[in-house]
Structures are given as structure tokens and as C-alpha cells.
Design a protein around this ligand. Structure first.
Ligand SMILES: *Cc1c(COP(=O)(O)O)cnc(C)c1O
Length: 471
């Protein structure tokens, strides 16, 4: 008995039909915005009926019941949160990855070589020195845990792996707009989320004088400052810190500099003026970023880079005897990726990135990133040109945060913007998300969508105006 298809010919026919259904859906992405899942379909997902029906019926159900009910981020007017679009190359690479079913925890095989190639490519894009290490992870959340674990190791020394951190009171620093992933990482590492100090920001990122003062105040109170977390693209407003200034201060104060570049790090591939937003990022001790947002590859796919391979390895390497490396055979191929992070068994995330780079190249991907910034600027100009809309913050990269009607008081604006976001999502016209800045909840567009064209931005802002005027 195996679980392989009983009838290989029938499986092949069913798989080809399913592939066609996927390609049809892919080609018609413009016709498929997010829509709520019908209750009957939801009920159908329950695993209390229809089990064990074989691959042919599975293929039908996948095409009819699963495929149409995604997040909608494949649609060109999806601007909510920070969602990547997906790529045709991803369809191909995911098919191959599923067929290979490689485990990238380590050992000597081609998939590991591909991950090394991707890490090395990213290392050179971000200007990290040769010999820096990296590992593909689920996303920036996990990457941040790994990076800050390395930072903690530097602060406390390798003994903390065996003995814990005792009473050490470690503090970290970030601009107030830093993503919650940083706080969560401190919580998970046992450092305490409150020990992430929120430093005031200006339009140019973290206020350096305030940061220096916060570090000094904590030192005076008996804490051990250990890390500064810079942001390349804050999630609320798309702000970028001044990485040279942060690196100078980290050096002066003897702290680890980590950069959360989840989406914004990829402006490194964009044209002027956006490329310059990440100047100095090469001086960080670690960098977390996602490929599944602004490199458009399928979920999930993130990466952490660590400047000093020895520190990275010392934080995570552990090989019980059954995992011992060998000088030849399948158990060769050092270094193993399991020594750079929390996961032993690992899927083939790198292949999606490799496939995107082979198919489109950094220049076309960079052109899409540049165009996304131009579309955000276009949206900002449309908002500024509308008699009643207003920007809540200047457009700096690919984020546009605005209010649909500045004539109302803040409570009225917040209610209106929230309703418009919901209405446009439900009508399928466009997906904005919302964010509260000060005391106004505004509409927020984060354009990380290579399908978004100028006409989509025009249409989305026209829809906002219509929804506002239809009150
Ligand atoms: C999305 C995001 C994160 C979290 O990354 P995940 O890939 O969702 O885990 C962290 N920081 C910023 C700025 C983000 O946009």
C-alpha cells in the first residue's frame, strides 16, 4: 500500500485540469477582488464529510471551492496592510518545490545551494560584507526574533544559552513607529516588551538626540542597553530612519544595530529618489526583510541577514549526534541552515526568490518597486488635489495615508474613513486598510502590488470620493 495515485493516468489528467484552472484564475486576477466566502462554501471546508475521495475529486474541489476564495491581494486595487501580489514564476517554483519536497534544514543537495545563492545575492544587494550569514524564514516577525537573539548573545555572552540570562536587564530602542514584531520578539526572548523603548520620531526617522538620551537614562538606572532597531519603512507611514546616524550611535554606545526592512528595504532596488532611503543600511549588524511583500513572491518568505556569521552560528548551532555532519555523502554540505535559526526542518522558500530573479531579474523587479512608489505619489497628488480629502502625512515611499473629508471633526472623519474602507472592500472596488494617526483613523494604501496601474489609482480615489459623497 502506498499513498501514490492508484491510476497515474487519471491523476495526470486531473492535475492538468487543475493547472489550467490555476492559470485561468491567474490570468483573470483583475476580475477577482476579495469577496466574503459564502457560508455554504465555509461549511463545506469542515472535515466531517467527503473524506477519502481520491485525487480527481480533490482536484475538482480545489478548483471550485478553494481557489476563488483568497485574500484578494492578487487584485490590482488591493492596497491594504502590506501584501505582496504573487508572481507567475511563483506558480512554477511552487509546483517544483512541492514535487521535490526538499528539506532545507541542511545536508548536501541542490535546494540548499539555491538558498545559499539567494542569501548571497541579497547580501550583495544590501552591501553586507562577504561571509555574512543569512537564513530564509517565514517572515520578518521570525527574522526579528533570530536577529535579536544574536544581539542578546553578544550582550550576555554564549553562556546565556545554557544558563539563561539571570537578572540581566536588557533594553532596546526603536522609533515609536516600529512594527509590533520588535516588541513581540523581546517578549518571546524573555526580555520583556516594555524594555523596548519607543523613541520619538521626526519626519527623518528616529530623533537621534532623544535616542542618545534614552540610552543614557537607562544606563544610569542600571539597565544594559543592547540593541537599536531601525526601520526601513514603518508600517504606518512608510518612514525611514537615518541609518548612518543610527550606525554611528550604535558604534559609539556599543549596541547591536538591527534594521526592520520588512518591505522598505527593497527600495534598495528602486530608482532615485527612493533608492537613497536605505543609504547606510549596509552598516547594520542584522537586517530582517520579506520577499513576500515587496518582492512579490508567494507567501511565506522572509529572510534575516547577520553581519557576523560567527555570532549568528554561536546563537543557534546545535547538533545532537543523529544530525552530525559528515565529510562526504548526503550528510555533508556544511554549513547547515538549521544552525542559523529556530527551525530544523525547513521548506524551500528560497526557490521562489531564485525563480523570480531568474525570470524577471533585479532590474524589472526594481522597476516595479519604483513604479509602486510613483503610484503612491500619484495617489498623494490626487488626494491633495481633491477639495475635501487631505493627506495625513506626506507620501515618502509607497504608503499614502489620508482622510476622505477633512471638513469633519476627527470623530466624524474616523467613522467615515472606516466605513469607506469597509464599503469598498465589500463592493470589490478597492481594498484600503485603516490606521489611526494621532486622533484620526485614516485610509491607508500600501502599494506593493506590481499589477497596480495609474488607472487603478485614479479609479480607487474616485471610488473613495463617491463613497464619501453618497453619505
Ligand atoms: C509586515 C511587517 C513586519 C512583520 O513581518 P511578517 O513578514 O508579517 O512576519 C514587520 N515589520 C514591518 C515594517 C512590516 O511591514
Amino acid at each position: 500500500m502506498t499513498l501514490d495515485p492508484e491510476n497515474p493516468e487519471a491523476f495526470r489528467r486531473a492535475a492538468h485540469r487543475l493547472l489550467d484552472a490555476c492559470l485561468d484564475q491567474f490570468e483573470a486576477a483583475r476580475d477577482h477582488p476579495w469577496q466574503p466566502v459564502p457560508q455554504a462554501v465555509r461549511d463545506g471546508y469542515r472535515l466531517d464529510h467527503g473524506l477519502g475521495v481520491g485525487e480527481a475529486e480533490l482536484a475538482q474541489r480545489l478548483a471550485a471551492e478553494v481557489l476563488p476564495h483568497g485574500t484578494g491581494n492578487t487584485h490590482p486595487r488591493f492596497f491594504g496592510w502590506v501584501h505582496g501580489t504573487g508572481l507567475a514564476s511563483g506558480l512554477m517554483s511552487e509546483l517544483v518545490a512541492a514535487t521535490m519536497n526538499a528539506n532545507l534544514g541542511g545536508r548536501d543537495h541542490g535546494a540548499v545551494d539555491i538558498e545559499r545563492a539567494v542569501i548571497d545575492w541579497a547580501r550583495s544587494v544590501f552591501g553586507f560584507p562577504q561571509g555574512s550569514s543569512g537564513v530564509m524564514v517565514t517572515g520578518t516577525s521570525q527574522a526579528t526574533v533570530i536577529a535579536l537573539a544574536c544581539a542578546r548573545m553578544r550582550a550576555l555572552g554564549p553562556d546565556c544559552r545554557a544558563h539563561g540570562q539571570g537578572g540581566a536587564w536588557l533594553t532596546a530602542y526603536a522609533g515609536a513607529g516600529v512594527h509590533n514584531a520588535a516588541k513581540k520578539a523581546l517578549e518571546l526572548l524573555g526580555l520583556g516588551g516594555d524594555n523596548l523603548r519607543a523613541v520619538p520620531e521626526t519626519a527623518a526617522g528616529v530623533d537621534i538626540a532623544a535616542l542618545r538620551a534614552a540610552i543614557a537614562a537607562d544606563r544610569a538606572a542600571g539597565a544594559r542597553p543592547f540593541a537599536i532597531i531601525g526601520s526601513a519603512g514603518t508600517v504606518d507611514l512608510g518612514r525611514f530612519d537615518d541609518f548612518h546616524a543610527l550606525a554611528d550611535l550604535a558604534q559609539e554606545a556599543g549596541l547591536w544595530l538591527h534594521v526592520d526592512g520588512a518591505f522598505g528595504a527593497w527600495t534598495r532596488l528602486a530608482g532615485a529618489p527612493w533608492r537613497g532611503l536605505t543609504d547606510g543600511i549596509e552598516r547594520a549588524d542584522s537586517l530582517a526583510c520579506d520577499f513576500h511583500k515587496w518582492m512579490y513572491v508567494p507567501y511565506d518568505c522572509g529572510m534575516v541577514l547577520v553581519r557576523d556569521e560567527a555570532e549568528h552560528r554561536a546563537t543557534f548551532a546545535a547538533r545532537p549526534s543523529y544530525l552530525a555532519g559528515q565529510s562526504r555523502g548526503l550528510a555533508g554540505g556544511e554549513p547547515w541552515f538549521c544552525d542559523y535559526g529556530t527551525d530544523l526542518s525547513r521548506g524551500n522558500r528560497a526557490l521562489k526568490v531564485w525563480a523570480a530573479l531568474v525570470a524577471y531579474g533585479p532590474d524589472r523587479l526594481g522597476a516595479a518597486i519604483t513604479d509602486n512608489c510613483a503610484r503612491a505619489a500619484q495617489m498623494g497628488a490626487l488626494v491633495a488635489g481633491d477639495p475635501h480629502m487631505a493627506l495625513i502625512a506626506p507620501v515618502m515611499s509607497n504608503l499614502c495615508v489620508f482622510t476622505a473629508d477633512a471638513r469633519l471633526d476627527t470623530v466624524g472623519q474616523s467613522a467615515l474613513n472606516t466605513r469607506i474602507a469597509q464599503d469598498l472592500q465589500l463592493s470589490g472596488e478597492a481594498v484600503f486598510s485603516t490606521v489611526t494617526i494621532g486622533d484620526v483613523t485614516g485610509l491607508r494604501a500600501a502599494i506593493t502590488n506590481h499589477r497596480t496601474q495609474a488607472q487603478d489609482v485614479d479609479r480607487a480615489i474616485a471610488a473613495v470620493a463617491r463613497a464619501r459623497d453618497a453619505r
